[in-house]
Design a protein around this ligand. Sequence first.
Ligand code: AMP
Length: 212
Amino acid sequence: MKLILFGAPGAGKGTQAETLSKELRIPAISTGNILREAIQNKTPIGLEAKRFMDNGQLVPDDVVIGIVEERVARDDCRNGYILDGVPRTIAQAEALERFGVAIDNVVSIEIEDSVIEARMSGRRVCGRCGASYHITENPPKIENVCDVCGGALVARADDKPETVRERLVVYHRLTEPLKDFYKSRGKLLTVDGNRPIRTVHNEILAALGKSV
Ligand code: AMP
């Protein structure tokens, strides 16, 4: 199965992708995580991406397209994958079609901007493996320690309120038009992202026709 988890920043794509990845036994590919790792490792891509990410802007399409093309060609993707945070522009979606990636479904997690702004202040991510948490909605077992790898949890630099507002502007302008792109291809499914994490998860499975 090749699935896109779609939605505004903070809609819960990363959290849902992690659970679905375990259940469906296919990798979750987060371009945000890949880029953050590149920044940590100070690679040329990381250095280029950082100035866009810190300002809430999108990283240029050619950089992201190159990352995804290389990642989906790896062996662990042969039974499918979940794309989290990509495509974010029509050019990226068209590039996926060009490499022959046949997306089965796009699940859009719908949530209002006002809820997102409130949510982002409580988000924490693991500085080592990228797993995501929320201080009240999805806390780790031990405060500030990642359940998956034991790494320290940190707030993301781009989760500051002013950067979140900019990311939402960018989302509505450049990313949201993708809903029509996939709707016209008969791929778009929508779920209500305002519900608790488990409920959203079950709604996604139901939308995909999987038993809950
Ligand atoms: P995310 O972790 O998905 O919220 O992504 C964090 C930041 O990484 C975004 O605000 C962008 O600056 C950058 N980014 C992640 N994925 C993409 C993408 N598909 N296209 C462009 N920029 C991206």
